[in-house]
Design a protein around this ligand. Sequence first.
Ligand SMILES: [Zn+2]
Length: 248
Amino acid sequence: MTIETILPLPDIFSAKRILCIQPHYDDNDIGAAGILTQLAKNGAKLFYLTATDDLMGVVDTSLSVEEAAKALKRDQFAAGRIVGVREQSWCGYPDAGEYSYFDLRRDFLKYIRLIKPDFVFAPDAWLTYEAHHDHIQSGLAAAEAVMFAGLTKLASSDPAVDAAYEKDTIQGIALYYTREPNYIADITSTWEEKIAAVRCYQAQFDPEGMEQLVFALDVKSQQVAQGGSFGRGEPLKLLHPSALHCGF
Ligand SMILES: [Zn+2]
């Protein structure tokens, strides 16, 4: 008997409701828009939740806070229309700033209990050499919130959501931006949509930066698919929620 017999790798293509948690406005799409576009076409409802206000990454520093926030949302909605995102939500923590990990986890618990996803996407908090604290915090808080969603004595940030919550089953978590994938999604058929979505994030990349990003994604998507029977891939770590604790 293997551990996969007890904790089988979850099947993302069976997902009907997917909550995609990201530190910044563009992370879900840079990390996973290829597979997410496919899942949306497959009938899954995509919900995006953004942890921070992303204001530090806006390249035009002459914009006021209101103008910058508006530009970020304009880009995010444009990308979301390409990928097939149903709903966008934001926690609004300060980008690259100081905020409480436990406040963040309470917010993620709230949205998991509210949306009742059967699958959660998030950045891999255990990515080696990841220096951006927003990514580490969001990835870890998402994983903990997936593991703890059913612990009803653990309060979220919204007592009304907690009171209405009935236990629900999350089939799995998919970690993107990972160096230890156990699944390479074939994104050949949705590559064009992924790049079109990424190109929407104009507030965060000047033209040169955008071309560098697209080039890096182009090379990486082909590298990870090498040896496979397809042209382009996205690396994911798929885990059963019970595999998020004590090394199972
Ligand atoms: Zn980010």
